[in-house]
Design a protein around this ligand. Structure first.
Ligand code: ADP
Ligand code: TZD
Ligand code: MG
Length: 571
C-alpha cells in the first residue's frame, strides 16, 4: 500500500522532459529511436504527442529545422548517442547557419565513463562537439533541472537571431525520480520566448531619410523577413515605397512573384544600378556577392539600409549607412507609422526602366516554358510545374539540386509567404524529404518536392516515412542521370565518371516499394497530369521525370565558384 502511494507521487526524467516540452506548446518530435530514448518516444506517443520516426537522423533534423522556420517554435529532433547525435548534428549546424529555431535532443552515455574515456556504449563528449555549431548547448544532469534546461533551450533557439540548440540528456537522467509535485513546480513555461526588439526612433528616421533621398531604391527581402511573419506590413511597406524589390529564394511569395514591383527578372540591372539598397532579413553573404564586385555598382555609389535583429550583421561586408537592429515586425510597423500617408513613391523613370527590363526577360522566357519536348529540358518540365503552382498557390514547394534548383527558383512563381523551402544558406543537398515531411505535418498543406536525382539520393529512403505517415507529398525527381549533367565520361578508365549515375534509373519504384503512387513522366504533359493527380489525391507520390542528360550546366548558376585547375589553365 505504502509503495502504491509513493509511486503516485513520483515522476521521472522521461515524464519531466515531455511535460516541459508540452508545457511550452511543443507537440511534435522528429527523430530515430534507440538506447536511451526509445521509451521517451513511446511515452510521448502515449500522451498524444506526434512522434515522426525517420530512417536517418539527418532527415529528422532537417525536418525539425524547417518546422522551426515555419512555426517560429523550435522544431525538436530526438536522437540516440554518438552516431545518432552526429547524424543529427549536420541539421543542427544547418539550423544555426540558416537562423532557424531548433533543438537537437540527444541521449548520451554515462558522464563518469565518457569523461574518463573508458569506452561506454556509443561514448562521446557530445556537448563539447555540439558547441562549435550550435547557437547554445546545455546538459542536464538532474531531474529537477529538466525544466530549466528545456526553458533555456527554447529561449536560446527562438530569441534574437534564431538558431540550433543542443540539449544533452544522459541516459541516467531519464530514470531519475523525484516528487511529482516538486517536479511540476520545477518546470518553466517560457514567457515571451522571442521578445520584440523595438527599433530606436533615430534608426527608423535615419533609414527613412536615406530611403527618401534615393533616386533608384531597391528592397531585398530575405528569409528572415519570411520567418518574421509580418506579411501584411511588409507588403504595405513595399507598396508604399513603390520601389522595385527582389526576394531571396525562400522569401519568394512574401508578395506574389507576379507583383508589378517584383524585379526578380531584372536582378542584374537592379543590383548594379540601385543607389539605395534596403536589406530586410537578408545577409550580404555569397548569395548577394557580398554586396560588392561586378554584380554591384561602383564602390561608393550605393548606400545600404539594413534591417536585422543581429547587430553583428551590420558592416559585415560593406558599410551600412542606416543600420536598423531590431525585429522585422516591429521595424515594419515603426516604418509605416513614421512614413505617414504622403510618402513619395519611387521615381517612375527608375521603376519603369526596371519594369520594362523584367517584362522583356519574362517575355523572352515564356515560349520556352511552353515546350513539350521529349526528353524534357528544365524549361519544359518546370514550365509545367509553374502552371500547377499558379493554380494551387497554397502548395509548399521544396526544392534542391543544382540545375533543378536554379531553374526552378527563377521559373516557378510563388504566391504566398513561406511556400518555398530550399537548400538555404549553405546550398546543401539532402533537405528534400525531411523538409517535405515537416512541411506537410506542420502546415497540413500539400507539398511538391522538386529535386535533382543527386539531391534525392541524400534523403530518398524517407519516401518510406512519407508513405508510412500517409503525407500529401509529391516528389518529382529530375532524372538527368547525374550531377549537373549525365554525359560525363571518365577520362582515366572504364569506371563511370564520378558525376554520373546508373542511366535510366527507375526512382519511382521506391514509391511502389512502400505502397505509394509511382509514375515515370517523359513529357511535360505527362508530368503535369501526374502532379495534378497527386495534389488532388493527396497520396504519397514519386514521379521519375526524365530530363535530357545534356540540358544542365556545371554547378548550375554558380559555376563561377568552381576553382579552375592551375595546370589546365597553363595549357
Ligand atoms: P537569405 O538567405 O534569404 O538572404 P539570410 O539567412 O542570409 O537570408 O538572412 C536572414 C537574416 O534575418 C539573418 O541575418 C537573421 O539575423 C535575420 N532575422 C531572422 N529573424 C529575424 C527577425 N524576426 N527580425 C529581424 N531579423 C531577423
Ligand atoms: N554534398 C552536400 C551535402 N551538399 C552539396 N551541395 C554537395 C554535396 C555538392 N553538390 C551541389 O552543390 S549540387 C549537387 C551536389 C552533389 C547535386 C546536383 O545534381 P542534381 O541536380 O542531380 O541534384 P542537377 O539538376 O543534375 O543539376
Ligand atoms: Mg541531376
Amino acid at each position: 500500500m505504502a509503495s502504491d502511494a509513493q509511486e503516485q507521487t513520483l515522476t521521472d526524467g522521461f515524464n519531466l522532459v515531455l511535460d516541459a516540452l508540452q508545457l511550452n506548446g511543443i507537440e511534435n518530435i522528429y527523430g530515430v529511436p534507440g538506447i536511451p530514448i526509445t521509451d521517451l518516444g513511446r511515452m510521448a506517443q502515449a500522451r498524444g504527442m506526434r512522434v515522426f520516426a525517420f530512417r536517418h537522423e539527418q532527415n529528422a533534423g532537417y525536418a525539425a529545422s524547417i518546422a522551426g522556420y515555419l512555426t517560429q517554435k523550435p522544431g525538436v529532433c530526438l536522437t540516440v548517442s554518438a552516431p545518432g547525435f552526429l547524424n543529427g548534428l549536420n541539421a543542427l549546424a544547418h539550423a544555426t547557419t540558416n537562423c532557424f529555431p531548433m533543438i537537437l535532443i540527444s541521449g548520451s552515455s554515462e558522464r563518469e565513463v565518457v569523461d574518463l574515456q573508458q569506452g561506454d556504449y556509443e561514448e562521446m563528449d557530445q556537448l563539447a562537439v555540439a558547441k562549435s555549431v550550435a547557437k547554445a548547448a546545455y546538459r542536464v544532469l538532474h531531474a529537477q533541472d529538466i525544466g530549466v534546461g528545456v526553458a533555456r533551450a527554447i529561449r536560446a533557439a527562438c530569441s534574437g537571431r534564431p538558431g540550433g540548440v543542443y540539449l544533452d540528456l544522459p541516459a541516467k537522467l531519464f530514470a531519475q525520480t523525484m516528487d511529482a509535485a516538486a517536479g511540476k513546480k520545477s518546470l518553466i513555461k517560457v514567457v515571451d520566448p522571442a521578445p520584440r526588439h523595438i527599433p530606436a526612433p533615430e534608426a527608423i528616421s535615419r533609414a527613412l531619410d536615406v530611403l527618401k533621398a534615393a533616386k533608384k531604391p531597391l528592397i531585398i527581402l530575405g528569409k528572415g523577413a519570411a520567418y518574421a511573419q509580418a506579411d501584411a506590413d511588409i507588403r504595405t511597406f513595399v507598396e508604399k515605397t513603390g520601389a522595385p524589390y527582389i526576394a531571396m529564394s525562400m522569401a519568394k511569395g512574401l508578395l506574389p512573384d507576379t507583383h508589378p514591383q517584383y524585379a526578380g527578372a531584372a536582378r542584374s540591372l537592379v543590383l548594379k544600378d540601385a543607389d539605395v539598397v534596403m536589406l530586410v532579413g537578408a545577409r550580404l553573404n555569397w548569395l548577394l556577392s557580398h554586396g560588392k564586385g561586378k554584380t554591384w555598382g561602383a564602390p561608393g555609389t550605393q548606400k545600404f539600409i539594413h534591417v536585422d535583429i543581429d547587430p553583428k550583421e551590420m558592416d559585415s561586408n560593406v558599410e551600412i549607412a542606416a543600420p536598423v537592429v531590431a525585429d522585422i515586425a516591429s521595424t515594419m510597423s515603426a516604418l509605416l507609422k513614421s512614413m505617414g500617408e504622403a510618402w513619395p513613391k519611387a521615381a517612375s523613370e527608375w521603376t519603369s526602366a526596371v519594369r520594362a527590363k523584367s517584362e522583356d526577360n519574362i517575355a523572352k522566357m515564356a515560349p520556352r516554358l511552353q515546350n513539350n519536348n521529349v526528353p524534357m529540358d528544365y524549361q519544359g518540365a518546370l514550365g509545367a510545374l509553374r502552371r500547377i503552382i499558379a493554380a494551387h498557390p497554397d502548395t509548399i514547394l521544396v526544392n534542391e539540386g543544382a540545375n533543378t534548383l536554379d531553374f526552378a527558383r527563377s521559373i516557378i512563381d510563388i504566391f504566398q509567404p513561406r511556400k518555398r523551402l530550399d537548400v538555404g544558406t549553405w546550398g546543401v543537398m539532402g533537405i528534400g524529404l525531411g523538409y517535405s515531411v515537416a512541411a506537410a505535418v506542420e502546415t497540413g498543406k500539400p507539398v511538391l518536392a522538386v529535386v535533382g536525382d543527386s539531391a534525392f539520393g541524400f534523403s530518398g529512403m524517407e519516401m518510406e516515412t512519407v508513405c508510412r505517415y500517409k503525407l500529401p507529398v509529391c516528389v518529382v525527381v529530375f532524372n538527368n542521370n547525374g550531377i549537373y549533367r549525365g554525359t560525363d565520361t571518365n577520362p582515366g578508365g572504364e569506371e563511370p565518371a564520378w558525376t554520373t549515375f546508373v542511366k535510366g534509373s527507375r526512382y519511382e519504384l521506391l514509391a511502389e516499394a512502400f505502397g505509394g503512387v509511382a509514375v515515370c513522366a517523359t513529357s511535360p504533359d505527362d508530368l503535369s497530369r501526374a502532379v495534378t493527380e497527386a495534389l488532388a489525391s493527396g497520396k504519397p507520390t514519386l514521379i521519375n521525370a526524365i530530363i535530357d542528360e545534356k540540358a544542365g550546366t556545371e554547378s548550375g548558376r554558380i559555376g563561377n565558384l568552381n576553382p579552375q585547375s592551375a595546370l589546365a589553365k597553363k595549357k
